[in-house]
Design a protein around this ligand. Structure first.
Ligand SMILES: O=C(O)c1ccc(O)c(O)c1
Ligand SMILES: [Mg+2]
Length: 645
């Protein structure tokens, strides 16, 4: 399909918006009148600029408060329209969006609206202009597509059609299936696309501030688009996203996300339109080509985490890891990389010069620079990522080494795609000279349970879309977690089989754990890596024996816990003695967590034990953990100050 984006969706000046849209390979744009008004050049300049960038100006918008006004204002409105037509001529755009009247004095009589639209359409026809009528969800009288369509259908002029906007329809919870049967596709002038989170607020503010790209919110946008295509619509899909974060984000990155989101929407819509396996009624096949990509890996697992270090940080991190029971398992055959292992957990410390890791280290300091995911059919997953406009990465490889395909995550770190059958079984033996007698597992770790990422404010949606579209993950619901210094917003994404999970955290406050992490890394980064153990008490004892520093949990927490779950005092005492956090879900699933103190105020490890199918991340414990981390941090600042004076 053709892809467009409204200039409101991107930050910057009009030329910056157009350049961003072109660089993400959009076919066209909707020009928002305000963007034109604030631009220093003439409409012809804009026309030329768009043409030079290979962009078609597909729509001009919005024309407001036109129909069913008190009669003494009709003439003035018609004059206003002529003025817009002049402007459109200079811009070289032939379609105008008219949104339903929101003014309190709008006449509540469809016959009047019909008459006015007929006049407008006649005048537009003389100028070779098409009008698309869009129902705003907060229109005075016309709020639904069906109502707008009744009016348009009655006017019955070929240059007056309907504009559908997924936000307005889905925000109202309006029926979408009937679009397929009620509206002929050629009467749909244009289709605007936006997703949004489900929020309890007035629909106008929701629309003006919280729209997002398909896949980032909670609307069933594919459920909207499928009947539109089934109706026979073959025009462009155009993102119209009013979003405060996007207005502040770099336009080029937003435009890449925008394109990715449309491709994702097409893929999801294609699934909806596929002939059903069951006896449900299918839509007829649409006349358009929808984006297709190889499917994501249906199952996957964490393979390894790679840390960017230099020699000194390598030594410090190695000592820290050893206190957690990890041992150096082998040295890379051709690079300055050491593998630390414990049970099924593989951590590679990379201090190789002139490498990706070194470049990463220079910018971010000691940090996780890559994650290896074991996937089925890595080359297929790589192909999917490329089609979703990801940047592939190929590192230098030595003799006999595998070329493991990788793609860049939104922060520039790498996600390695380790082929589960071809490479995973022999990867470490082949790449590393493994020490004999390895395989010790003092803390009884089985695997990486999840990796929690701190993401700069404003980049949340970008990450969610990356995981969903590129890797086929699902996003879980959003949690707001109270940190002593502000709110942390958390949303986890999980692989299709649920075994790879990344809670993503953002914070607008400057001093929350998440914000401190973003600031320490100068960007996104790993906040903690959760490692699964089958016996958290034994693991805790082992960490203690090795002198690992564990995050101390206040006694008050345990008093509260005993009362909350009716726990035996002896059990609570054991938890308290080991600083283990505890949670229980409605189904009787139990969760045990223990945090290490962070490595140099950067990342911590978390040991987790899940019993009886507990599936969450202990959100109930997040406040006490965040408070404990804040206290520890304040303590270490104090100690540093004391040492300096
Ligand atoms: O918020 C608005 O006013 C507005 C304007 C034009 C649109 O297409 C729309 O969906 C909303
Ligand atoms: Mg709209």
């Amino acid at each position: 399909m053709l892809h467009a984006i409204a200039t409101v969706s991107l930050s910057g000046t009009l030329p910056e918006k157009l350049e961003a849209a072109a660089s993400a390979r959009f076919d066209g744009v909707e020009i928002f009148e305000a963007d034109l008004l604030y631009f220093g050049g003439s409409p012809e300049d804009v026309r030329q600029l768009a043409a030079d960038l290979g962009l078609e100006i597909m729509l001009f918008q919005p024309f407001r408060d036109f129909e069913a006004v008190p009669r003494d204002r009709l003439q003035r409105n018609l004059d206003r329209a002529e003025h817009k037509f002049d402007l459109m001529e200079e811009l070289g755009v032939r379609t105008l969006l008219l949104c339903s009247n929101v003014a309190p004095d709008t006449i509540q009589d469809d016959a009047v609206a019909i008459e006015d639209l007929a006049r407008l359409a006649e005048r537009a026809a003389r100028r070779g202009i098409k009008i698309g009528y869009e129902a705003l969800a907060w229109g005075r009288h016309v709020r639904t597509w069906k109502h707008a369509w009744r009016i348009v259908d009655t006017v019955a002029q070929p240059n007056l059609g309907l504009i559908l906007d997924s936000f307005h329809t889905l925000a109202l919870g309006d029926d979408t299936r009937e679009i397929a049967t009620m509206v002929p596709g050629d009467r749909i002038v244009f289709v605007q696309i936006a997703d949004a989170p489900r929020l309890e607020m007035d629909v106008l503010s929701w629309s003006r501030h919280f729209r997002c790209f398909p896949g980032q919110g909670e609307f069933d946008v594919a459920g909207f688009l499928a009947p539109v295509l089934a109706a026979g619509y073959g025009g462009p899909l155009s993102l119209e996203v009013f979003n405060d974060d996007f207005r502040a984000a770099p336009a080029r990155q937003t435009a890449v996300d925008a394109m990715r989101s449309l491709l994702y929407l097409e893929e999801r819509t294609r699934e909806r339109l596929a002939p059903p396996a069951s006896d449900k009624v299918a839509f007829s096949t649409p006349p358009v080509d929808l984006f297709a990509a190889p499917p994501p890996s249906p199952s996957m697992s964490f393979g390894f985490v790679e840390f960017a270090v230099d020699e000194a940080a390598m030594a410090r991190l190695a000592a820290w890891l050893e206190r957690l029971g990890f041992a150096a398992a082998g040295r890379h055959r051709s690079k300055n990389v050491t593998l630390f292992r414990q049970g099924g957990v593989n951590l590679a410390l990379n201090a190789e010069g002139e490498s990706f890791a070194q470049a990463y280290f220079l910018v971010h300091g000691p940090s996780a620079c890559a994650v290896g995911l074991e996937v089925e059919n890595a080359s297929q997953v790589l192909n999917r990522a490329r089609l979703y406009r990801c940047q592939p990465y190929e590192g230098r490889i030595g003799p006999n080494e595998f070329l493991i395909p990788a793609v860049r995550a939104p922060d520039g770190s790498l996600v390695y795609l380790v082929d589960r059958s071809q490479i995973a079984p022999v990867l470490y033996e082949r790449e590393f000279a493994l020490a004999s007698g390895g395989g010790a597992n003092p803390a009884g770790l089985s695997r990486i349970d999840h990796i929690s990422l701190a993401v700069p404010d404003g980049q949340f949606d970008s990450w969610v879309l990356f995981f969903k579209a590129v890797l086929g993950f699902e996003a879980e619901s959003v949690f707001d977690l109270p940190d002593p210094y502000g709110l942390v917003r958390s949303r986890a994404v999980r692989s299709p089989d649920g075994s790879v999970r990344f809670p993503l955290n953002i914070s607008q406050s400057r001093n929350t754990a998440t914000a401190r992490s973003v600031s320490a890394y100068s960007g996104a980064g790993v906040q903690h890596i959760a490692l699964a153990t089958a016996d958290i008490f034994a693991a805790a004892a082992e960490l203690k024996r090795r002198g690992a520093a564990v995050l101390r949990i206040p006694a008050n927490y345990y008093d509260d816990l005993a009362a909350k779950f009716g726990l035996e005092q002896e059990f609570v005492d054991r938890l308290a003695a080991a600083n283990i956090l505890y949670d229980r879900d409605a189904g009787g699933g139990e969760f045990f967590q223990l945090y290490t103190e962070p490595f140099e105020d950067r990342f911590a490890f978390e040991l987790v034990e899940r019993r009886h199918g507990y599936d969450g991340f202990g959100a109930a414990n997040a406040p006490v953990r965040l408070a404990a981390q804040a206290q520890m941090q304040a303590g270490s600042r104090f100690r540093t100050l004391a040492a300096l004076t």
